[in-house]
Design a binder for this molecule. Structure first.
Ligand code: HEC
Length: 103
């Protein structure tokens, strides 16, 4: 029951924020990445966690993982706003093609 409620909240939050995140792509995803993710993730190479370019690109999986964490991946729901998390989802999705400028 608790899980269902959490899942609906997560989805609702995502529905509300995904559009703003698209329109506002550089909410400063890069800065958030450097501050919060870089110690474990690289954009292009496997570090402690997987490279952003190799990650799953499904919005729901990305959102849930960043929001609630998974195994050694910490939860960011207390550290980042839902807008920021949504921006990170787009940011990960944008790493599909290797960007030579993003090192
Ligand atoms: C303490 C180290 C650490 C930090 C900090 C961290 N991650 Fe992770 N992350 C991991 C690990 C380890 C995994 C692999 C989890 C697993 O094995 O399921 C992971 C997995 C993920 C996944 C799932 C990838 C997939 O293909 O399903 C996403 C998305 C992700 N991280 C995003 C982020 C973002 C965005 C940040 C910064 C806001 C961040 N991580 C910060 C360690 C970290």
């Amino acid at each position: 029951m608790k899980k269902t409620i959490l899942a609906s909240i997560t989805l609702a939050v995502f529905a509300m924020t995904s559009q703003t995140a698209m329109a506002n792509d550089d909410i400063n995803a890069k800065k958030i990445f450097s501050k919060n993710c870089k110690m474990c993730h690289s954009l292009t190479k496997k570090k402690f966690g997987p490279a952003f370019k190799d990650m799953n690109k499904d919005s729901k999986i990305l959102l849930t993982t960043i929001t609630d964490g998974r195994k050694s991946m910490p939860s960011f729901k207390k550290k980042l706003s839902s807008d920021e998390i949504a921006a990170m989802v787009s940011f990960v999705q944008a790493q599909k093609v290797v960007n030579p400028c993003a090192k």
